[in-house]
Design a protein around this ligand. Structure first.
Ligand SMILES: C[S@@+](CC[C@H](N)C(=O)[O-])C[C@H]1O[C@@H](n2cnc3c(N)ncnc32)[C@H](O)[C@@H]1O
Length: 236
């Protein structure tokens, strides 16, 4: 499926990912060379997995390890309310015809990381969103990402957990460059050591992100928000 077909397909899959974020995942997966694999933490019903799967299929068909216990977020567990999203996930990826390159790992990120020893070219983190879990995801998976590979975190604008992890460990790090913010997702390229210019640019993107976040709180009219998103995209 191309971008348009993927968009039409995922419109009918539950989830929180925006089309802009989905397109970015599609292109990043398409650009993977096959030096490592693709990993997704938090698949839910497969919306992001399908974007990544179609991107990968239109590129080098790099395998995607889709990690999710499919029992809901530990932070959202309610007594007497069982969550199971695995059947719906499987049906959605089968209907999207991406199941042949997706390896579902029905485990938590922590369980999966224990014996996962493949190098990673691209990882999308959208699992449990409390700070301690996002930080654990970062600590567990960062060492497995190749230099030149991409780490992406969802919900880095509104939710405190992902927001603080990227602020402390991506934007201020000496091991990331080419940071981009698309809607609420922060994307960054891991490097051995970034340059002074990279660090200035990372701080500049952080400033843009803070202004964007502040403006979002003002409840501005929709056309202004759309214009703001375009400006932020152009300025990166
Ligand atoms: C926000 S949803 C993911 C949405 C998905 N990326 C999409 O585009 O629709 C979060 C998912 O993370 C999963 N999850 C919760 N804790 C997790 C953990 N420790 N490891 C991996 N996945 C986890 C939940 O089961 C849930 O399906």
């Amino acid at each position: 499926m191309n971008i348009k077909e993927t968009k039409n397909f995922v419109d009918n899959v539950d989830g929180w990912l925006t089309d802009g974020e989905g397109e970015a995942l599609y292109y990043l997966a398409k650009n993977c060379k096959g030096n490592g694999v693709i990993v997704e933490i938090g698949s839910y019903k497969g919306k992001s997995t399908i974007w990544i799967g179609n991107g990968s299929k239109s590129g080098n068909k790099v395998k995607i390890y889709a990690i999710d216990p499919h029992t809901g977020s530990s932070e959202d567990q309610k007594e007497n309310e069982k969550v199971c999203t695995f059947e719906e996930f499987k049906t959605n990826i089968q209907n999207a015809k991406v199941d042949d390159i997706i390896v579902p790992l029905v485990k938590t990120s922590e369980e999966a990381a224990k014996d996962f020893n493949k190098p990673i070219e691209f990882i999308f983190i959208d699992g449990a969103h409390k700070y301690e879990f996002v930080k654990l995801d970062f600590d567990l998976w960062f060492p497995k990402v190749l230099n030149g590979g991409i780490m992406a975190f969802h919900d880095t604008l509104g939710l405190e957990g992902p927001k603080k992890v990227v602020a402390d460990h991506i934007y201020k790090s000496k091991q990331f460059k080419n940071i981009k913010l698309i809607n609420s997702t922060t994307f960054a390229q891991k490097v051995e050591q970034n340059s002074l210019k990279d660090r200035f640019r990372n701080r500049y993107i952080f400033l843009l992100k803070s202004i964007y976040k502040f403006a979002a709180k003002l409840h501005l009219p929709k056309p202004i928000i759309v214009l703001g998103k375009k400006i932020v995209k152009e300025l990166q």
